[in-house]
Design a protein around this ligand. Structure first.
Ligand code: NAD
Length: 298
């Protein structure tokens, strides 16, 4: 079995590392937040106090961080991954980050003599817990094949999306589509209730009808309807609105560089911006329902 270094033990990193431990690996885990490290230690992660300790002796290092700026810090600062890992160690960044940061990490890692793969994921906390995430991998054939051999206990699907930053490209497009579907779900959930439908009855109808979608089944924004929804838990994330705001912003900005106008993505971005402006970006993304019915998110 292998030694795995892990940086970033938040909503996703915590259950992902649990599956690596279950598969028999030693996982040395670090997070800036001590409570995140102790929560991961409860499922068998070896708690360490720095990135240098997390990467020491690792066959592979994974990072699972919020945004590009966090990933750049974790890799490029003097106390970060590149300055402290052995160049034999394969590096995989599973955070969803902007193209510029992803390309910078590929090139800085290569300059320092490392192999690097961008490997963002889809499937949410439920997929992370179940070990059924979809991984979208960008890098060389050899590096991606090696990364897959470690990723397997966390994944339902693994795709080699293409060369450097191709995993990020696939992920950003996926999340743009997810956010647009979710906007439909939050609008539908409020309208169904206003029409007098029982939320559970409507959910049962829509999940086997043409209105079905992943956010409908997984994130239904009305409490007591589906077990996996953050609405059951006062919209505690889950997937924070701040992170979806970042992802849709990346999609809209990327579209602009291609001369594309994406009206639905822009609309959802404005809806997410509203949550940010109201200080609600720490809530789950399904709190978008609050823009339609302010009482919905408490
Ligand atoms: P999170 O905010 O819950 O966790 C991120 C963790 O990184 C935090 O615990 C934070 O303290 C830690 N961190 C930040 N900078 C650090 C540093 N320099 N060193 C060590 N730790 C550091 O976020 P999350 O929900 O786990 O998401 C992580 C990434 O995965 C994001 O890019 C997100 O867009 C993506 N993602 C999230 C979901 C989801 O449903 N939550 C699904 C798919 C992809």
């Amino acid at each position: 079995m292998s030694t795995i270094g892990w940086v970033g033990l938040g909503n996703m990193g915590r259950p992902m590392t649990a599956n690596l431990v279950k598969a028999g690996h030693t996982v040395n885990g670090f997070d800036l937040v001590p409570e995140a490290v102790s929560a991961a230690a409860e499922h068998g992660v070896t708690a360490v106090g720095s990135i240098a300790e997390a990467v020491a002796g690792a066959d592979i290092v994974f990072t699972m961080l919020p945004k590009g700026e966090h990933a750049r810090t974790a890799y490029l600062e003097p106390n970060g991954v590149l300055a402290n890992a052995d160049t034999k160690t394969l590096l995989v960044d599973s955070s969803t980050i902007d193209f510029d940061s992803a390309r910078a990490l590929h090139s800085e890692a290569a300059k320092a003599g490392f192999r690097f793969v961008d490997g963002p994921v889809s499937g949410g906390v439920t997929g992370a817990e179940a070990g059924t995430l979809t991984f979208m991998l960008g890098g060389t054939d050899e590096d991606v094949a090696e990364a897959k051999s470690f990723i397997e206990p966390m994944a339902g699907n693994m795709f080699h999306a293409g060369g450097e930053a191709a995993g990020q490209a696939a992920k950003i497009v996926n999340n743009m589509m997810l956010s647009i579907s979710l906007q439909g779900v939050v609008e539908g959930a409020v309208l169904a209730e206003r029409f007098g439908l029982d939320p559970k009855v409507f959910y049962d109808i829509a999940t086997v009808s043409s209105g079905d979608s992943w956010p409908l089944r997984t994130w239904y924004p009305v409490p007591g309807v589906t077990e996996t929804a953050a609405s059951n838990n006062a919209f505690k994330p889950g997937f924070a609105a701040a992170l979806m705001h970042k992802d849709v912003e990346l999609a809209v900005a990327g579209a602009e560089t291609q001369g594309l106008d994406l009206p639905a993505a822009q609309l959802v971005h404005a809806q997410l911006q509203k949550l940010v402006d109201e200080g609600l970006e720490g809530l789950d993304t399904s709190a978008l329902i609050r823009n339609i019915d302010p009482k919905a998110a408490g």
